[in-house]
Every structure is written in C-alpha cells, then in structure tokens.
Design a protein around this ligand. Structure first.
Ligand code: GDP
Ligand code: IMO
Ligand code: MG
Length: 384
C-alpha cells in the first residue's frame, strides 16, 4: 500500500526543486536500471525541458503513475508532463521505428508528444542491419557481452568510422519537423532564456565505454560528462547531479559483479524487486550494494546527492550484506518490517535509517531521495 498521495509528493518536490538549480542531471550509479525513470518523472514537472543525451533503445525507463505503467526507451521519462519540452540529443543512436511506436503508444494514452519533441539532426540512426549485426557479433564472439540486441554497438561503431547515417537524412518521416539542426545552439539558447533543464542519463556509470567494466559495457559515455557532450552543454551550466543507486545492486548481461548472490536470497530480491529487464525481459542478476562502486561513480560524476531506490525490496531480509571495501563484505541487521510507501525519513525503521546513513557517511554524499515503492508517490524527499 502506498502511504503518500500525488499532491503531497508534488509539494515536497516543489519545496526542494529550487536547490537543484537551472540544470540538473540524473545519472545511474551502477549497471543501469537503478530507477532513473521514476525520479525523472517525479522531477520533470519542475523543469521546462527534459533531455536524453546518449544511448538508444537499449534503455528501458519505467514510470508508474496511479498504477499505470509506462516504459520509455528513447523518449525521456518526463514526457508525461504536458508542459515539458522533450529533447533527444546528438549523442543518441535512434531506432526510428521504435521511436514512432513510442510516440504512437503515448498518443493512445492521450499524450501528443510531437509538438514538443526536439531531435538533434546529428543523432545517428540505428538500422535493421545494425540490429542484425549486433545479434550476429554476439552469437560469434567467445566473450559474450549479453547486449540488448538493439543495434547499439554497430551504430556507434559506424559513427566512429564516419560511415553512419544521421537523423538529418530522415526527412520523409513524421518526425522530420522535430529535427533541430544544431542542438548545442538550441540547448544554450534555452539556458540564455532562463529555462530549466533536466538531463536524463541512460544506462549506468559501470557500463560506461571508457570508465566501466570494459568490454562488458555499452558503447556510449554514460557519465554526466557524456550527457553534457551529447547535448552540447558546457560543464559550467550544471548545477546539480543526482546519482541514482538501488539499495542493493543488479546487472543484466555478462561481466564482473563481485557482490553477486545466488539462491533463495537472490530469488526473493529478484521477485520482490521485479528484476526483469524493461527492454528485453531478461532476469537481472542480483547482488549486494557496493560502497567502492558508489564511491567510484561519485568521483566520476561529482554527485551532489543520492537517490537510493528500492529500499522496500529489502524489507524481508534478516541480514543485509554490503561490499564495504573491495572484496570485503560487511553485514547489517535487516528491519523485517514494511517500508512500502513511507514518505518521511523519520518513519523508517531504525535499521533502515542506519543503512541509509551508512551509505551517506561512506560516500560523503547526502541521500536526499529515497525510493520506497514503484509509484511516483513512493518517495522520501529530504531537504538539506
Ligand atoms: P531505469 O532504467 O533506471 O529507469 O530503471 P528501470 O525502470 O529499468 O527499473 C527500475 C524498476 O524498479 C522499475 O520497474 C521501477 O518501476 C521500479 N522502481 C523504481 N523505484 C522503486 C522503488 O523505490 N521501489 C520499488 N519497489 N520499485 C521501484
Ligand atoms: P537503462 O537506461 C541495464 C547493458 C546490456 C549489456 C551491455 C551492452 O534502462 O538503465 P548494449 O545493448 O548497450 O550494447 O548492451 O549493457 N545495458 C543495460 N543494462 N540498463 C540499461 O539501460 C542498459 N543498457 C545497456 O544488458 O550488458
Ligand atoms: Mg532500465
């Protein structure tokens, strides 16, 4: 059961929104699927523009409003707010058929996004051939990545080889009117005109092509620097950067995962957390929170605060492990009581409060947003 109401949470968000400044970025701090979409949806009403910068339809961002689920792959998760302009940046690789489908699904839900959609003409197009090549490379390689098969690697590969096709060559489609010839000028004009911009990161820091667990990564820059680059925004305009991390950790696809767990505990967390890919439906690998990974993500992005998500998923655990240093697990007593839908920090059980405070102390970053359920309203919002 959810304890809060939409109007209560919207008021809390309004109260703290000013502190986020004119430009705020939301960045995944683990291997993706941290719950970025939910936070973006919650914040978007306080911004004029929500912008995706990098990645493509490998992303799957889930938003639940009044029990209705929306999954975004290419469009930003702020799209449900009627007055928000939405941007797809130059760093993206866009599968036009997926985008058109997403636009259609929203239209059926009563949201006409076309009049407020702005797409960089320099974003690259993902073709059917890219998707086929992605699947074929996966099939043939010995160290499989476990890609989403959305054609991401081949599309970025062609871009780097300078043989890619850009959105500017897609002039027949219904989205041709949405193309922006110079996204850097467009975004910087918004800044000049005092518009507030919310940047929606995709994937997570540990999947970053430069700083992640290579080769088990995606093909784009998933950090805040990558996001600014993809939108043509200079770093000095950024005021705040929220790092999103689950209270535990998941990974979908192959690659190292030191605190991964198997067996009953993993199965329980997977089921309670609904840990199945929003894009591919694959069961996500499950493990404990890693403090060194959060510290690493924080140093790469300069997070100003955390959104710790899915605290409620740990409600049934007797003991909760955490990787406190590389290769060393520590144990915390669980709270074994429901935190579902709690909207104030003081109402959390003492052990849950201590758990959050431990993360804050170890990373030196305040957890101002704490997720206690999948719905928009299931969020603790703390002000500093
Ligand atoms: P994203 O890719 O970072 O946007 O995350 P996904 O949407 O792929 O996966 C996060 C999943 O967790 C979604 O199904 C959300 O509805 C759900 N979720 C987000 N925050 C919470 C939370 O605080 N508690 C619970 N139980 N679920 C959450
Ligand atoms: P969101 O935005 C979780 C993972 C894939 C694979 C690797 C490379 O929803 O958090 P790719 O198709 O990008 O070449 O796959 O990256 N991956 C994600 N995992 N969430 C995502 O996005 C992901 N996008 C890519 O599973 O391991
Ligand atoms: Mg996701």
């Amino acid at each position: 059961m959810s304890g809060g109401s939409d109007s209560a949470i919207i008021k809390y968000v309004k109260d703290v929104a000013d502190s986020l400044g004119q430009v705020c970025a939301v960045i995944g701090a683990q291997w993706g699927d941290e719950g970025k979409g939910k936070l973006i949806d919650l914040l978007a009403g306080e911004f004029d523009v929500v912008a995706r910068a990098c990645g493509g339809a490998n992303a799957g961002h889930t938003v639940i409003v009044n029990g209705k689920k929306h999954v975004f792959h290419l469009l930003p998760s702020g799209a449900l707010h009627p007055n928000v302009q939405v941007v797809l940046g130059a760093g993206m690789v866009i599968d036009v058929s997926t985008l058109l489908e997403e636009i259609e699904v929203l239209k059926k839900a009563g949201v006409d996004i076309l009049p407020r959609l702005h797409i960089s003409a320099a974003a690259h197009i993902v073709t059917q051939e890219h998707k086929e090549r992605d699947a074929k490379i996966e099939e043939e390689r010995s160290n499989k990545i476990g890609t989403t098969k959305r054609g991401i690697g081949p599309a970025y590969g062609d871009k780097a080889l300078r043989v890619g096709m850009r959105m500017e060559s897609n002039l027949q489609s219904p989205i041709s009117n949405c193309l922006v010839s110079n996204i850097a000028e467009f975004m910087n004009d918004l800044i000049k005109n005092k518009k507030r911009i919310l940047i929606e990161g995709a994937q997570g820091v540990l999947l970053d092509i430069d700083h992640g667990t290579y080769p088990y990564v995606t093909s784009s820059s998933t950090t805040v620097m990558g996001a600014l680059q993809g939108l043509g925004l200079p770093p000095k305009v950024l005021h705040s950067c929220i790092g999103v991390a689950k209270a535990y950790c998941t990974r979908v696809g192959e690659g190292p995962f030191a605190a991964e767990i198997q067996g009953d505990t993993a199965n329980r967390i997977r089921e309670r957390g609904g840990e199945y890919g929003a894009t591919t439906g694959r069961p996500r690998r499950v493990g404990w929170l890693s403090i060194p990974d959060l510290q690493y993500a924080a140093l790469l992005n300069g997070f100003t605060c955390w959104n710790i998500t899915k605290l409620d998923v740990l409600d049934e655990e007797k003991m909760i492990s955490v990787e406190v240093e590389r290769g060393r697990l520590g144990e915390f007593p669980g709270w074994q009581t429901s935190t579902s839908g709690i909207t104030s920090f003081e109402k959390l059980p003492q052990q849950a409060q201590s758990y959050i405070q431990f993360i804050e102390e170890k990373t030196g970053i305040p957890a101002l947003w704490i997720g206690t359920g999948p719905d928009r309203r299931d969020m603790i919002v703390k002000s500093i």
